[in-house]
Design a protein around this ligand. Structure first.
Ligand SMILES: [Fe+2]
Ligand SMILES: [Fe+2]
Length: 192
């Protein structure tokens, strides 16, 4: 596929996934495009960032919201990060043209993955307390806001620059291998 999206237009959510609706993370089907799947997961991550900002401001305990964020940080987000670090970015580095200038950007995004992971790990104990009905402490509220802002900045770069370039540069074989690896991470099966 060689269609280029306008970087100013981030992917629009599906009609049934309007703000406030909480669709389940996308299942990965054999016929899916891995790049489109990553866009869908970015949409989920933007929802999570919005949830974090709601939790940061809440005057009352929000245990369900905290549990949903905690589940996302412990499951969907790590898979997604490994998909990018180990499957998408290496193939994009190999296929990119010198004029794409993508190497430094991918280095920065991978460094952000490490920072976001550390921030998520630091937030988990407080989120577990919030999932049990506690109110966030002032420092937890600040940490939630910081994570949401950092995550949103990260997503803007990936949606506007990385995924459109991946659409252009990855071959059909690259996409098939990437998809097989993504599915294997979620099912425990060998990518074969
Ligand atoms: Fe991503
Ligand atoms: Fe990322």
């Amino acid at each position: 596929m060689t269609k280029i999206i306008d970087p100013a237009n981030l992917r629009m959510p599906p009609a049934d996934a309007a703000r406030g609706a909480r669709p389940a993370p996308p299942a990965i089907d054999a016929a899916d495009c891995p790049i489109e799947t990553l866009y869908e997961e970015h949409f989920q991550q933007r929802q999570m960032a919005a949830d974090m900002e709601v939790l940061a401001e809440t005057p009352a305990p929000r245990p369900e919201l905290a549990r949903r964020i905690l589940n996302n940080l412990g499951d969907a987000l790590p898979h997604h990060r490994i998909d990018e670090d180990e499957s998408l970015f290496p193939r994009l580095r190999r296929r990119a043209e010198p004029e794409d200038g993508i190497g430094t950007m991918l280095d920065r995004l991978q460094a952000e993955h490490v920072e976001l992971h550390a921030m998520a790990e630091a937030l988990k104990p407080a989120l577990a307390c919030m999932a049990d009905g506690a109110l966030p402490a002032p420092e937890d509220r600040a940490a939630l806001r910081r994570f949401a802002q950092a995550e949103r900045r990260h997503l803007i770069t990936e949606n506007a620059l990385v995924l459109p370039l991946a659409r252009l540069r990855l071959t059909a074989a690259d996409k098939a291998a990437t998809l097989a690896e993504m599915r294997a991470r979620r099912t425990g099966a060998s990518p074969a």
